[in-house]
Design a protein around this ligand. Sequence first.
Ligand code: RUB
Length: 356
Amino acid sequence: MAHQGIYKALWLNDNDNLEVIDQRFLPFEKKTRILKTANDACEAIKDMTVRGAGVIGNVAAFGVYLAAREFAGDKSQIKQAAMNIRTSRPTAVNLMWAVDRMLNIVAQSDDVVKNCKAEAIAIADEDVLRTQKIGEIGCDIIENIMAKRKINQFNVLTHCNAGWLAILDSGSALAPIYEAQKRGIDIHVWVDETRPRNQGASLTSWELLDAGIKHTIIPDNTGGHLMQQGMVDMVITGADRVALNGDAANKIGTYLKALAAKDNDVPFYIALPISTFDFACEDGVSDIEIEIRSEDEVHLMRGIDRHGNVQDIRITPEESATINYGFDVTPARLITGLITEAGIIAPNKDAIGELK
Ligand code: RUB
């Protein structure tokens, strides 16, 4: 619930600094990190203290507020800091969307500090409402499929983390699952581990465990087999950027799940707020910039040793080359529908264009 800048994944603390859950240490340790400056916000996005398209957008928005405070309303310094934040990661469009919205306020305001704070809170409050709506609309789909197929238990497969750690306050892909729990639906979630950073194994599982929702963590290569065996009723993922033609960028590996879903007639939905559409991008597969991340994420795995210490251990020969694309693009033809706060949108230019 929205209440004056206090949300599950981040909040304005008593000193009016932005406090965020440090997602790098989950599920082993629940630590927070305090962001006092625009540069702190920028670093937190870059080093994955915070991640997930929605939350990156929120940290960026509050980051512009921190800049406004730090530079006492000096518009040119705020703009420079905002542009640094805007380029901190390339793929999730919510980051650029949020910074541009904040810069609009900066340009129009006399009391820049006050208005930036209000706007960052407004963006976050809107996300809370958007994800509630996404949850309700997505859960209606679940109920429809269950009624049509006369099944009493529902198995959904998800990739990466698109829960409340990724977007305030109930997530995108996980919002229908939280809503299903509220409605008393017997739901079970297949959680892709999501190599190389394991956002599924470490974050989605942590969220679902906390909520008391049945789930099973699976190696990334397992989904196709489960779908072939009739063990998946629906796939839902979030998105980092969806183009005007309906192509959707999401965590690397999403495309393979969509292919397997198509081959097995499993409905494949993407859940996203409208702020994740990039209306200027005509063709997702050819035009969305895909982040390439550090080779270390492939070479090293984070875990906990038998003494309870969080450790990074190497799992590869040091000399072997690796490549670490952060995202891939699922073509629109593989997507059953886009679950947004405005309803279920067909993944094509006509339907998406109407949301502009
Ligand atoms: C996160 C990721 C998530 C989407 C969901 O990647 O791919 O599925 O961001 O976004 P990363 P949201 O962990 O590299 O940031 O839930 O905000 O719609």
